[in-house]
Design a protein around this ligand. Structure first.
Ligand code: ZN
Length: 327
């Protein structure tokens, strides 16, 4: 006899939790096994507490790593500039993988950080830069000075006058020069949050027969849009994500650019993507967390027509949409 806490629907709940666990393990298999222990701990903890399966599924959604979109890189650039600008920074690599590069900039005065799409550039006096792409697992953690002993795989540690910063799990973390920065930016499309030119984006979109749902994720077309902005933008416009770029006209594209800019600026203001209005949310926008912030991404039913939200794969990523409203 199991000593697992029981409720009137205990058996059903237990099966649901097992489903969540196996789904999570499946998602992370082959990608990053470092997540598995924390996922197992989260599920075990919820079993012991006997919480409802719905809440456990909510936890599962929160631990799923997502690649930060453009609003987040701009938010980080602004914060890091505010915290460290004008200070000499002690740069190290507790994990060791960035040690050689860290020596090239350690002790130099940090000028400012800059976001372009999903890329971050940290400018130091003397012309050297640190280039960071967080990818799906990259994360910054902040500490007071002196920082505690590094925990986990800290690729890069900054120590300023009174703030320290740890970076774990980035896709890219390297010291580069101005020419390499220019090469990275050259490959990117315009970034709506960096004053990017809509005319350049339109020139790419109108000549392509690829679906707009794919073009929006292509960083060479427009920089900074990820899977959440894509789904929420296409839903806001009521567009079928499979519509080829060359079937759009300029007024439609202009509506899209305006809506995208507004969505990204809201994300930058709050440091998180929020696409519902305060009227829809019924609470202050800043208090929204998780999927309460979205209209369609990760949702079960359309907030407009009630039709079940479906997913299709566009550009190798799962896209949430309402086939009833977006046709
Ligand atoms: Zn709908």
């Amino acid at each position: 006899m199991s000593n697992r806490p029981r409720s009137p629907n205990g058996i059903k709940r237990s099966r649901r939790i097992d489903g969540v666990l196996s789904c999570l393990q499946g998602s992370f298999a082959g990608s990053d096994p470092r997540w598995l222990p924390s996922v197992r701990r989260a599920v075990r903890c919820h079993r012991l507490r006997g919480l409802a399966a719905q809440q456990t599924a909510s936890i599962a959604r929160h631990v799923t790593p997502r690649m930060p979109e453009g609003h987040k890189t701009h938010f980080l650039a602004r914060e890091h500039t505010r915290q460290f600008s004008g200070q000499p920074i002690k740069v190290s690599s507790p994990q060791g993988r960035f040690r050689g590069d860290a020596r090239k900039v350690s002790g130099k005065v940090f000028s400012h950080s800059e976001a372009v799409g999903k890329h971050l550039f940290y400018h130091f006096d003397g012309g050297r830069l640190i280039h960071v792409h967080l990818g799906r697992y990259g994360k910054f953690r902040q500490h007071a000075v002196p920082p505690p002993a590094a925990v986990g795989q800290v690729r890069m540690r900054w120590q300023g006058a009174d703030t320290a910063l740890d970076l774990t799990g980035p896709t890219t973390c390297r010291v580069i020069d101005a020419d390499t920065r220019a090469e990275v930016i050259e490959k990117l499309g315009p970034d709506p949050l960096a004053g990017g030119s809509p005319a350049k984006v339109w020139n790419r979109v109108r000549k392509s027969n690829k679906p707009i749902g794919a073009l929006l994720l292509d960083q060479a077309v427009v920089a900074g849009v990820g899977n959440i902005f894509r789904a929420e933008l296409l839903f806001a416009l009521r567009w079928d994500p499979r519509t080829p770029g060359d079937q759009l006209d300029r007024p439609a594209f202009d509506r899209m650019w305006k809506a995208l800019g507004k969505m990204m600026r809201t994300g930058l203001r709050y440091g998180k993507i929020i696409t519902v209005s305060s009227k829809e949310a019924g609470v202050p926008l800043a208090s929204l967390e998780g999927r309460d912030r979205f209209r369609v991404y990760g949702k079960s039913n359309c907030p407009v027509c009630g039709h079940p939200i479906e997913t299709i794969e566009v550009a190798s990523r799962k896209l949430y949409w309402c086939p009833s409203c977006q046709s």
